[in-house]
Design a protein around this ligand. Sequence first.
Ligand code: UD1
Ligand code: CA
Length: 486
Amino acid sequence: MTTPDTDRSQTAVIVLAAGSGTRMKSATPKMLHRVCGRTMLGHALHAAAGIHPEQIVVVVGHQREQVGAAVAELAVDLGVPVTTAVQEEQNGTGDAVAAGMAALPADFSGTVLVTTSDIPLLDADTLREVVTRHDLRPRASVTILTSTAPDPTGYGRIVRNDDGEVLRIVEHKDASDDERAIDEVNSGIYAFDARVLREKLGELGTDNSQGELYLTDVIQLARQSNGLIRGHRVEDADLVAGVNDRVQLAGLAAEMNRRLCETAMRAGATIVDPGSTWVDVDVHIGRDVTILPGTHLTGSTVIGDGATVGPDTTLQDTTVGEGASVVRTHAVGASIGPGAEVGPFAYLRPQAELGERSKIGTFVEVKKSSIGAHTKVPHLTYVGDATIGEHTNIGASSVFVNYDGVNKNRTVIGDHCRTGSDTMFIAPVTVGDGAYSGAGTVIKNDVPPGALAVSGGRQRNIDDWVIENRPDSGSAEAALRTRNDS
Ligand code: UD1
Ligand code: CA
């Protein structure tokens, strides 16, 4: 039996994450900084898991507790076994990979893909391409992902002979002037034959300008043993661009955001101003959605078909139903029903659940409450810990008084209610179907279905009180003027 030419060997991925990231000037490890809603480590692990390797090993060192905890948390959703290996001292990329190799079975003989945790745009497709190239017959000893850097300063340069074969990689600090003129650079992403890698890591020395064990020296050692070295240059340099400082972090975040907006637009959404629209990587935007300028869609937010969002709206982990409209709103963990209208100037907090065609208007805050279909809360109102039925209208300036200083209590309001402006619902309290309340009512007791609730005594006017008690005031003068005119 013959094996096909591109027969895929077993693959393990080693993700380097032991470095200190000094140039970030941060108490947070570099790889835990976020790009479009996901840490760079998260991006690296998602990309690695996307090629379905047998195993992922993350090499940790600096701030290993924090990084290790982040790895464990991310590993839950990846569907690939993930382990960490500790690099005790940061003696270079060769030493880091050796630490990673020690976590693989001693007889592991497939392909080892090495990547780093600070390349946010690197995706599974690019990694898969490296493995595919590597597996072409004759199978390579090392396949290096390279790119053309606009400014190659700092990168390792790819040295090729006249036939275009890769001879070695020379680090910027060790390179001659001629070598520094080479614009093809090492991305730091490689596929290795596991046996070659294991053998050559053992032969690395530290005779270089940084006194470190360079992973890149494996290349010329492998070539000296007649191994085949492939260089695979990606056209899109941003895919392999690394982050060393916060300027690069912002630059690559903007680039990823631009790509996410482009994907949404190609799938049928209108984004009026992609430059002021920020979209996290796990957000889903439907067809014929319109996103107006200044909108931030974060976390697991989902926008249903035909909805309009913005301008100046932030939605975090929020679901927007089909055809809904959300204007100048801040929402966290909310669910907005189909055809609902929200804003301008609404604040939806966790577990705000708005029914179909409901309306939450201006200066209205909703928390842990369900608002029935076709129900309206149009103006200046706080709704907390409430269940409101369908086709009900809550008058302006009402408060669901849910907190008695010790406990949070619920208010339940039925269908087709009409509560007056400035009604206070002192929870726990229930208002039956079809009930009304007068303006300014303080509802302390349950209201039966169909009843009108009113509170406070009959209005009493004490004539001339202001004129007599505030004789020289503007109010008194105004009152006197009117009285004299009539
Ligand atoms: C490395 C490459 C260089 C390449 C560049 C791409 C070497 C010797 N050089 O250089 O050819 O162009 O990446 O960005 O490999 N790390 C550890 N432990 C260590 C040292 C590094 O885990 O002891 C990790 C870092 O956290 C980082 C990655 O390895 O994720 C690369 O290390 P870095 O110091 O940035 O290498 P460069 O000098 O940039
Ligand atoms: Ca680097």
